[in-house]
Design a protein around this ligand. Structure first.
Ligand SMILES: NC(=O)c1ccc[n+]([C@@H]2O[C@H](COP(=O)([O-])OP(=O)(O)OC[C@H]3O[C@@H](n4cnc5c(N)ncnc54)[C@H](O)[C@@H]3O)[C@@H](O)[C@H]2O)c1
Length: 253
């Protein structure tokens, strides 16, 4: 069950953290993985880790906010390795290298653009690059990593991030409608608070944050990878247009 042998996957922003976990899990299920990141060294390091563990992975260095660069890099991977069957839109700016919370009144239009560029338009750019091929082959899995912040009001100072993630969630729902008859599913994983320590960072008040989560801990890259491996599988074919809340039971209203 849930084997991904023979499938090719592209995971964006996979040079560390959540994306690296997703890339590792998909590779462990048998997928050939294109490890995308802006940072070439990170993409290379994660690809090497996967290969050392017996998997197949290739770095794919490009900026998801540049649609032309994304298209060219994805085509190059598809020509050299295999057509992309599974796309995980993970690149975003809400993680370990995220942003300083800023109330909306203190933001400027350049900030609005920056959040939309990576969390929403980056999702569209990568999806556009792979979608025709998926529909033609009548199999595809598009998975977008969003956040509880895109589903509900979470905290002060993250309205731009929440709006961009909420936009990505709505985009995926509509995409699911358009591609359902072509064998392509489109789902979103809305993550709760993730533990940044796998990327070598400390989160302020980690213990208190974990205490507020019913399961009693922050999320791990493996938690994110496991749900993506399932959503990427053939067996998940009847699940589309959904937003799965993966958050240790945290209430999101
Ligand atoms: N960390 C959390 O608590 C949390 C919670 C909810 C959702 N998320 C979401 O999960 C995803 C991953 O988060 P993370 O904690 O692993 O983040 P991270 O900051 O640790 O890693 C993100 C990676 O993406 C790369 N990246 C950034 N912009 C890029 C671009 N334009 N093109 C290509 N690569 C790019 C970075 O170089 C980095 O390696 C993000 O979409 C984030 O919004 C994270």
């Amino acid at each position: 069950m849930f084997a991904l042998d023979g499938r090719a996957a592209l995971v964006t922003g996979a040079g560390q953290g959540v994306g690296a976990g997703i890339a590792r899990l998909l590779a462990a299920q048998g997928a050939i993985v294109a490890v995308n990141d802006l940072d070439a060294e990170r993409a290379e390091r994660v690809s090497t880790t996967i290969r050392d563990a017996g998997g197949r992975a290739y770095p794919a260095v490009f900026d998801v906010t540049d649609p032309r660069a994304a298209l060219l890099a994805i085509r190059a991977f598809e020509r050299a390795v295999a057509p992309v069957d599974i796309l995980v839109n993970n690149a975003g700016n809400g993680g370990a290298e995220g942003f300083r919370p800023t109330r909306f009144r203190q933001t400027v239009p350049e900030d609005w653009q920056r959040f939309a560029d990576v969390n929403l338009f980056g999702v569209m750019a990568c999806t556009k690059a792979v979608l025709d091929g998926m529909c033609a082959r009548r199999f595809g899995r598009v998975i977008t990593i969003a956040s509880a912040a895109g589903v509900s009001g979470q905290a002060f100072g993250i309205s731009l991030y929440g709006a961009a993630k909420g936009g990505a969630i709505a985009f995926m729902r509509h995409l699911a409608m358009e591609t359902a008859r072509d064998g392509v599913t489109a789902n979103t994983v809305a993550l709760g608070l993730m533990d940044p320590r796998p990327s070598g960072r400390e989160l302020a008040h980690t213990a208190e944050q974990a205490e507020r989560i019913p399961v009693g801990r922050l999320g791990t890259p493996e938690d994110a990878g496991a749900i993506c491996a399932f959503l990427a599988s053939t067996e998940s074919a009847w699940i589309t247009g959904q937003t799965l809340q993966v958050n240790g039971g945290a209430i999101t209203t």
